[in-house]
Design a binder for this molecule. Structure first.
Ligand SMILES: [Zn+2]
Length: 274
């Protein structure tokens, strides 16, 4: 079995991550949805209500987190982005406008999106992200080498392991899974139909709790993938609060950011080209 020695003698690591899509989640799915007030309003709920509510929760328990923010959303919701930065959380890359690299299917175009997004983060916020989560979990065969070329340390999307590992180019993968994605359970659009119906938060709590208990037992890392427009609603954020309280009560859980997990992994597992 894999093992990583976590910081401060912790038994396992927990990353709370939030993909801040805003309206781009909907118009990247179908440009026509960008003309629909209801979809724009559902998207806006994330930066407008969800993120401030998440920041209050994190502040209450003094927890670090990572926000993978779509570059156009970061720019449009400038104050929201500033508030995340001001609170000291990690900022990661999540596309220029939530485009899916697999569907772009063109290395140059994909790289241009990244360059434009990095320009926005540098010019607007003086930030250089080192971590990436591909929009809609849909990277292309070029994604990893493009990220590595532009100085990224890790990517966090693939689902073939519970442990970090190296891609061939040397980029670290921090895997996640659909069961740790809130949008799978809570994402919904009536017309056009989208999602699997709205799940009650209690059932999602039981899934996340048991995933965490398994991670705790094996000494691994728990990589929760949430979306402020979904998790930000009262009954869901209250469920998340119960979950982090349970984790904290263990007393030996390291709440950290994906960037720190990638660093610890790389310190203990040197990359060698095959
Ligand atoms: Zn997204």
């Amino acid at each position: 079995m894999n093992s990583i020695q976590w910081k401060n003698g912790a038994r396992c690591a927990v990353c709370l991550t939030f993909d801040v899509d805003g309206e781009s989640l909907w118009h990247s799915r179908d440009p026509e949805l960008g003309n629909r007030p209801i979809h724009n309003s559902m998207g806006a709920y994330g930066p407008k209500v969800g993120v401030p509510r998440i920041l209050r929760l994190l502040n209450k328990y003094n927890l670090p987190a990572c926000f993978f923010i779509v570059a156009t959303t970061a720019k449009k919701w400038n104050e929201m982005t500033q508030s995340v930065i001001h609170a000291g959380h990690e900022i990661g890359y999540h596309g220029l406008d939530h485009e899916k690299p697999y569907l772009i299917n063109n290395k140059r175009k994909e790289e241009n999106c990244l360059i434009k997004a990095l320009d926005i983060f540098k010019s607007e916020f003086d930030i250089i992200p080192v971590g990436a989560r591909t929009p809609s979990c849909d990277p292309s065969k070029h994604t990893m080498s493009i990220l590595e070329k532009h100085g990224f340390l890790y990517h966090s999307n693939l689902m073939d392991d519970d442990w970090p590992y190296y891609h061939e180019c040397g980029l670290i993968e921090l895997p996640t899974k659909w069961t740790l994605d809130d949008f799978i359970f809570f994402g919904y659009s009536g017309n056009p139909p989208f999602g699997h119906g709205i799940r009650d938060a209690e059932s999602v709590y039981s899934i996340w709790l048991e995933e965490f208990e398994g991670v705790y037992e094996e000494g691994g890392y728990f990589n929760l993938m949430c979306h402020p427009q979904a998790i930000g609603q009262h009954h869901r954020i209250r469920m998340l609060e119960r979950l982090v309280t349970h984790m904290s009560e263990k007393g030996d859980v390291w709440f950290t950011t994906p960037k720190e997990v990638a660093k610890v992994f790389s310190e203990q597992n040197k990359f060698s080209k095959k």
